[in-house]
Design a protein around this ligand. Structure first.
Ligand SMILES: [Zn+2]
Length: 451
């Protein structure tokens, strides 16, 4: 009898790790770190209730750290099996794990110097030296279609439309001549989004569906994102301000670059200098350009049959690679738009003390938490939330606008979209917090019923 154990992402939205045991073999689906509160981060240091050396195989749904960031710990603990992922996920995971190790090392150093650790002897979860042995275990699997991990486990990948390479995995488990099917949705993206194809629903009759629905309890703000962005840009340009766009390096930065380029070409906004304040975001953009298999039809059309269109490249583009270059953005006299830089620049603009240049481009965890709080709708303190999903902040005489749109996670309507008609007697909703269990559960009930 196959057995499924949740080793994370239960009662929280991070730390996705699912252990499947069948026919004497063990398969781990995803291996994420816990992110968020200190209490959650502490869980990254706790051993799992399974001997990690006894796990035989591992497969990834996508590259985000809450699905991959614990891999180096797993390998440090003795895991030597293959880690299967599609080519785009492998390349993104490589970037993210290296960055994660670097940040952990840096934060540990900060904790030692400033003596602000709750632990007597702070240690990084892993270091850059731990990442290489992990990357050596990663093996390529197809972007779509079926792939035999072993005689017991066969996965079929479906596009999840969340970030580049993201997949829902249908796992066929064969044991004693019997077959069971478990579908792991992975993080699910949105319909009709920029760049990426829509999510695709696995076609089989699943025995169990594990549905991750981070925003399954809420709806995204109404409205045309491009139009909202155009209004903000024109409003700020009129008064000569700059626009700070909080953007994850993977996914959101590319989405905003796409919208800005489109708006410029349609002459709905003037051509502005755009600074991407994150080399990692640019590396990720290169991968978004490279992996054409994930592009939707609209993107393909804009790229043109000769491939000469460049939908992710604004007309006046600057990349900041060093702290000094990052600080120099403050001296630009023209209006600027700056995606990819949330942590750095908002540290400045949202910090009530407003210390110019400090913490720039290298914000610490504490500072990053403050930024997240500052950008959360409903917060007070020099900021004013607007009905169009933007938040206005004050920094001296200059007003800075942060756009709180562009989420890569499906909303409740997306999860329960009839196009996602899934079937299965067992439905487990992960990523549904306390508040969201009721409403998210409702969405999942409809999801099941719609099949
Ligand atoms: Zn994700």
């Amino acid at each position: 009898m196959a057995k499924l154990t949740f080793l994370g992402a239960a009662g929280s939205v991070t730390g996705s790790r699912y252990l499947v045991e069948a026919a004497g073999k063990r398969l781990l689906v995803d291996c994420g770190i816990f992110q968020g509160s200190q209490q959650l981060q502490d869980r990254n240091y706790k051993p799992l209730p399974v001997d990690l050396k006894t796990i035989d195989y591992l497969v990834l749904t996508h590259a985000h750290l809450d699905h991959t960031g614990w891999l180096p710990v797993l390998v440090k603990s003795g895991y030597r099996g293959p880690i299967f992922a599609n080519p785009a996920t492998i390349e993104l995971t490589t970037i993210l794990l290296k960055d994660s190790a670097h940040l952990q090392q840096e934060d540990t150093l900060h904790a030692i110097v400033h003596k602000d650790s709750r632990h007597g002897n702070p240690e990084p979860l892993y270091t850059p030296e731990d990442v290489d042995p992990t990357l050596k275990l990663i093996k390529s699997m197809p972007r779509s279609g079926s792939f035999d991990i072993s005689p017991e486990f066969r996965v079929t990948s479906y596009d999840a439309g969340h970030i580049l390479g993201s997949s829902s995995l249908e796992l066929a488990i064969t044991e004693g001549g019997k077959k069971n099917i478990v579908v792991f949705s992975g993080d699910i993206g949105r319909y009709n989004q920029a760049i990426l194809k829509d999510p695709t629903t696995p076609t089989s009759n699943a025995d169990v569906l594990i549905c991750e629905s981070t925003y399954g309890d809420r709806e995204h703000p109404e409205g045309d994102s491009a139009e909202i962005l155009a209004q903000i840009v024109n409003r700020v340009v009129k008064r000569g301000g700059s626009i700070v766009i909080p953007s994850f390096a993977i996914g959101r930065t590319q989405t905003f670059m796409y919208y800005l380029r489109q708006l410029e070409d349609q002459q709905r906004i003037p051509r502005l200098p755009v600074y991407v304040d994150s080399p990692m975001a640019l590396d990720a953009t290169d991968l978004y350009l490279k992996h054409k298999e994930d592009h939707d039809l609209e993107y393909v059309r804009e790229e043109g049959s000769d491939g000469k269109g460049d939908p992710l490249n604004v007309h006046e583009f600057h990349l900041t690679r060093s702290v000094e270059e990052s600080k120099a953005i403050n001296n630009v006299k023209k209006p600027v738009a700056s995606p990819g830089s949330a942590a750095a620049r908002c540290a400045q603009c949202c910090d009530p003390r407003g210390i110019p240049g400090r913490g720039h481009a290298r914000p610490r965890f504490a500072r990053r938490r403050k930024i997240a709080q500052a950008l959360r709708p409903g917060r007070a303190g020099g900021r004013r939330n607007r009905p169009d999903g933007t938040i206005l902040c004050s920094r001296g005489k200059e007003r800075v606008v942060a756009l709180a749109d562009g989420a890569a996670h499906a909303s409740q309507a997306d999860v329960s979209n009839p196009r996602r008609a899934g079937r299965g007697p067992g439905v487990a909703g992960r990523h549904l917090g306390k508040v969201s269990v009721e409403s998210g559960g409702g969405a999942l009930s409809r999801y099941r019923a719609s099949g």
